[in-house]
Design a protein around this ligand. Structure first.
Ligand SMILES: [Zn+2]
Length: 265
């Protein structure tokens, strides 16, 4: 999924199909020209950077950036400040990288960002695909527009607790362990999360990371770290550590049960 392209989220106009095909946002203070960030990893596929004026009519985006993201979505950010765009067509951008500054070029009446999301080349409501990340803050009055606001705080890596690490930046958190269940948030890439329960679904393994919060392992999307408890032998585990240390050259015989592995160091 995508992050909002701003640190502080203040929504001034929402999506209305064929009337306003994007979401408008301004800075925390009216007129503030704030940095614009890439909502996700991707490749720049469109740039206009030399538009100097604000027009009161027409449909001009003014200066804009269009990005093809690795997750298949396309985003467009418009009315950017003249000459503030620091990427060009073909450039790879990284999630969270600053790419421009908010402005009021094109069909705009004040400093703001017009933000569009294309799904299969059709403009859809960006708020259905965009999340608030933990390093972002939403204005109190804008919170009602944003659907997915679940933030699960990452944990420290801890061998005594079952954990998963998110390997992708678009991993959804859902209410139930099912891919049709409501999406309520997302995990941060490369961060650890405690999990408390596992469920095998038809397609994915699911991990419970909190009350009504489930994450799917879609192949390589998470790494699973199971609790290490050397004093307790868990019969479910196929491997566990023996604490035998061979100090003399005598003969030892250790009987292994089926599925057990002996590690000697
Ligand atoms: Zn707009």
């Amino acid at each position: 999924m995508l992050a909002f392209p701003l640190k502080y989220i203040y929504i001034t106009q929402t999506f209305k199909k064929n009337v306003h095909n994007g979401v408008d946002m301004r800075g925390q203070n009216r007129g503030e020209e704030v940095p614009i960030y890439a909502p996700e990893d991707g490749t720049v596929i469109g740039v206009k950077n030399n538009y100097q004026t604000q027009d009161s009519s027409g449909n001009s985006y003014g200066n804009y950036i269009k990005i093809q993201h690795d997750n298949g979505l396309i985003t467009l950010m418009a009315h950017l400040k003249y000459n503030s765009i620091n990427v060009k067509i073909g450039d790879k951008v990284k999630f969270g990288e600053q790419i421009a500054i908010m402005g009021t070029t094109g069909h705009s009446t004040g400093v703001h960002l017009h933000y569009e999301v294309f799904v299969n080349n059709v403009k859809q409501d960006p708020l259905l695909y965009t999340y608030i990340y933990p390093n972002q803050q939403i204005d109190t009055n804008s919170a009602k527009y944003v659907k997915y606001t679940t933030k699960v705080s990452p944990a420290e890596k801890d061998e005594k607790i079952n954990q998963i690490k998110a390997n992708i930046s678009s991993l959804s958190i859902r209410k139930e362990p099912s891919e049709t269940s409501e999406r309520v948030g997302l995990l941060e890439k490369n961060k650890y999360y405690n999990f408390y329960e596992e469920k095998k679904g038809e397609t994915y393994d699911w991990y419970n990371i909190g009350q009504n919060l489930w994450v799917a392992n879609q192949g390589e999307s998470v790494t699973v770290y199971r609790r290490v408890d050397e004093d307790k032998v868990d019969q479910e585990e196929t491997n566990y550590k023996f604490k035998y240390i061979v100090e003399e050259t005598n003969n030892y015989m250790i009987k292994l049960n089926k599925g057990e592995t002996l590690y000697i160091k």
